[in-house]
Write a protein that binds this ligand. Structure first.
Ligand SMILES: [Zn+2]
Length: 291
């Protein structure tokens, strides 16, 4: 069984829906691809974990969800994209950020991102994508998404995200949960859930204790008729190909393309999402020019 997966569940007879995920390798792949400093690894990792779960809320095979964060901090922000099948990709605006720990002695994700906006874009194959924008609350991402769900989607939610970076800067743990209240939820269920959330340890503590996504949901919803619906493998995966990069080059202005050819040097194009480098010889560019 794949150790990197999310579970989807309901509780309280459908009054609650819940997601939990473990994805150390998923975040480690992103860290290696972008060579991120620890605080950036945490910010990017939390966003990837959340995006994977939010992506799985969409129905269509072609649906895409993007989380775009823009902030005034040294990291500038990030972009992550998820499909509905557990695949995510993403990049930080600045990979190397070095700032002191916060008052709790933790990686200062909020400080690295700063003040700004969070935008969620859902491309559901319709003419116009759904776009929801909110102001960053703390820049710590889980709180910002909780606020986003409440204000933009009108779905009261509890979001927990955790990335633990090891002393050698590799990812030691990564995971999270999203718990959402459905419109018919009773006050009794809300009280029970709030009591339970106030008692649980942090996501990284639970992961360090060896908790699976099922265990995390049991901690939160175990006394509330928790029902696991399914599991879905998760992975950092980019869909870029040489063909797609070539067609992007083909769409640039003819004059610009000619001047690149005139330079006589091969060109290198880097995929933003996975940092993969594509190199094209002048001959190839001439072929594109001919169409
Ligand atoms: Zn790529």
């Amino acid at each position: 069984m794949n150790k990197e997966y999310m579970v989807r569940a309901t509780a309280a007879n459908g009054q609650i829906r819940a997601f939990a995920l473990t994805g150390r390798e998923m975040v480690e792949t992103a860290r290696v691809a972008h060579n991120t400093a620890p605080v950036v690894t945490a910010a990017l990792g939390r966003s990837l974990v959340a995006a994977a779960m939010m992506g799985s809320m969409m129905k269509g095979d072609e649906d895409l969800l993007t989380i775009h964060i823009q902030g005034t901090g040294p990291m500038g922000g990030l972009n992550v994209t998820a499909d509905s099948k557990g695949h995510v990709k993403g990049y930080p605006f600045q990979a190397q950020v070095d700032i002191p720990a916060n008052a709790q002695g933790k990686l200062d994700v909020g400080g690295a991102i700063g003040e700004g906006n969070l935008v969620v874009i859902k491309d559901l194959g319709l003419k116009d994508p759904y776009v929801g924008q909110t102001v960053l609350q703390t820049g710590e991402i889980a709180e910002d998404l909780t606020y986003y769900f409440a204000t933009s989607e009108q779905v009261p939610s509890s979001v927990g995200l955790g990335v633990l970076v090891d002393t050698d800067c590799t990812v030691r743990q990564a995971g999270g949960f999203i718990i959402q209240l459905m419109p018919d939820v009773t006050d009794e269920v809300i009280d029970q859930l709030e009591a339970s959330i106030s008692k649980v340890k942090s996501v990284t503590e639970m992961l360090e204790e060896g908790h699976t996504p099922e265990d995390i949901l049991k901690e939160l919803l175990g006394k509330m008729q928790l029902e696991i619906l399914d599991t879905l493998p998760v992975k950092f995966q980019c869909d870029c190909t040489e063909e797609k990069v070539l067609s992007a080059i083909a769409s640039i202005d003819r004059k610009d393309l000619q001047s690149i050819i005139d330079d006589g040097e091969p060109i290198e194009v880097r995929c933003q999402f996975c940092n993969k480098n594509y190199k094209f010889e002048v001959e190839k560019l001439k072929e594109i020019m001919k169409g």
